[in-house]
Design a binder for this molecule. Structure first.
Ligand SMILES: [Zn+2]
Length: 52
């Protein structure tokens, strides 16, 4: 996880965190508040380049 721009619309936390995950449809970029665990948003992304 890394901090991203924007605040949580639910609890007002100044910093939310972004991370990537994979589900059955592919890769997702999810932005989530670490305080209240509110999911601020998610979007489909291209698979990250594999190292090596
Ligand atoms: Zn929050």
């Amino acid at each position: 996880m890394e901090p991203v721009e924007g605040e949580c619309g639910k609890c007002g936390e100044a910093t939310v965190f972004g991370y990537t995950l994979v589900d059955y449809r592919g890769w997702l970029r999810v932005t989530k508040c670490r305080s209240c665990l509110n999911v601020r948003g998610s979007e489909r992304i291209q698979p990250p380049a594999q190292a090596g």
